[in-house]
Design a protein around this ligand. Structure first.
Ligand code: MTE
Ligand code: MO
Length: 427
């Protein structure tokens, strides 16, 4: 018979696991050590996170406010929830994700060149200042979202950073159209794709021998038309951790294509065989990109490169139970952001009865097709108790968020309807 102390410890650990996902529970387990029986603790540590953000510590790196640390080498930082109260994410609060440990710690603009090479008529080597002076600026307000944003929700759990919802941000990006740069260099006949290379280096995933982060865009595609080589973010130089001095911005598409610290555009005349383009970032070729572990194990699932971001919406406030009750009889304003990589947001709906019925929210300013679209929804609770709020968005292409949990081995594309439980108390 276990002692009553260890039973209650176990119960509270279980609770911790349920509300906080794995890390807090794991840390707590490490503290209590052998007092906890192993099988149960393993049960706890595979539960998906229900927290809005990953539960990591806050760290402050150069040019950044304190952000949630997922890993330190390479740096991966998540943006805390409250920064999404506004439709533009401040540069200093913008999330950070690198794959390779040696990302630039400084870049000397005098020495820096953007090279355009490969299957072109005139290879170019451009200075930062050339981009500002010799090309027409192009601006877009757009969401940069990691393909694995919200991976911590996956059940069963998949490998990779266990992000909460904060691996995304929306900024105004300014730079030069990729098409204009390619036109200046002149494509040779047979040019197929453009490989994008950054300054970061290091051992990639074991066994793949990939020491540079390389992505390719097919030349004959809308991707090339929309891509910007950005030198400014919200009107300022990019923070070093977000790709100073130049990065690719590809509005509507997942961040995997938004190559940071961009230094080479290499025009290819054959398919790109490198790991990051050919093998990584693939999703099941099903309508919603979802499949099952069994189907993957049986090797039956056709995989295709990831592309545009599915429609999503997030409640940013109120933030729920642990932070005090909302008074009965006084209005509550539910606020948040919605976006889609397919088209502009046309409708956001909020439910105050856990998704049984929805009513239209008020949309804020439209800053661009692929930008955050703020929404607000006002209601007055008439009795004390618990309410589960839900939010779902629709875009101009007729896509609407559904309520099923996505699963795929990469942990990509999560866009399930979000819930926020709140407590209503008597005044
Ligand atoms: N050079 C380089 N660019 C990169 C990456 C990288 O590892 N190296 N990661 C990509 C991925 S997967 C993401 S999610 C975004 C993150 O952009 P951010 O750090 O500015 O938020 O950068 C993209 N661009
Ligand atoms: Mo990512």
């Amino acid at each position: 018979m276990p002692s009553s102390a260890s039973v209650s410890r176990r119960t509270s650990l279980k609770l911790l696991g349920a509300i906080a996902g794995t890390s807090i529970a794991d840390r707590a387990l490490a503290q209590v050590g052998s007092a906890v029986s192993t099988p149960r603790s393993l049960e706890v540590s595979t539960a998906p996170s229900l927290l809005w953000n990953a539960p990591g510590p806050l760290v402050a790196l150069p040019q950044k406010v304190p952000l949630i640390q997922l890993t330190d080498r390479p740096v991966q930082l998540e943006t805390p929830r409250h920064y999404f109260a506004t439709p533009r994410t401040p540069n200093a609060a913008f999330f950070v994700r690198w794959h390779l440990p040696f990302h630039p710690r400084s870049v000397d603009l005098d020495a820096f060149r953007l090279r355009i090479e490969g299957h072109v008529q005139r290879p170019l080597s451009l200075r930062f200042a050339d981009l500002l002076r010799d090309f027409k600026p192009q601006t877009a307000v757009a969401v940069n979202q990691c393909a694995g944003n919200s991976r911590g929700r996956f059940s069963p759990r998949v490998p990779g950073s266990q992000w909460g919802h904060g691996a995304m941000g929306c900024a105004e990006w300014t730079g030069v159209r990729l098409r204009d740069l390619l036109q200046r260099a002149g494509l040779q006949p047979g040019a197929l794709s453009v490989q994008l290379a950054g300054l970061d280096r290091g051992a990639g995933p074991e066994g793949y021998g990939s020491s540079a982060y390389l992505k390719s865009l097919v030349i004959d595609s809308d991707m090339i038309d929309e891509a910007i080589v950005a030198y400014a973010m919200n009107g300022e130089p990019l923070p070093l951790l977000n790709g100073f001095p130049l990065r690719i911005v590809l509005p509507g598409y997942f961040a995997t294509y938004w190559v940071k610290a961009l230094s080479v555009l290499r025009v290819l005349s054959a398919a790109d065989e490198n790991f990051w383009t050919k093998t990584a970032y693939r999703i099941p070729a099903t309508p919603d990109g979802s499949t099952t572990p069994e189907a993957i194990q049986e090797g039956k699932v056709k995989l295709v490169p990831i592309g545009r971001m599915p429609v999503r919406s997030f409640i940013v406030s109120p933030i729920g139970d642990d932070f005090g009750k909302l008074p009965v009889g006084l209005p509550v304003i539910v606020r948040g952001q919605a976006f889609s990589g397919h088209d502009r947001i046309t409708r956001v709906e909020v439910s105050i009865d856990e998704g049984r019925t929805f009513a239209a929210a008020t949309l804020g300013e439209d800053q661009g097709r692929y930008a955050f679209r703020p929404f607000s929804f006002r209601f007055t609770p008439s009795q004390p108790g618990r309410i589960v709020l839900c939010v779902r968005a629709s875009d101009g292409k007729g896509n609407r968020q559904g309520d099923s949990a996505i699963w795929n081995p990469g942990g990509y594309l999560w866009n399930r309807i979000e819930r926020q439980e709140v407590s209503i108390g008597a005044i």
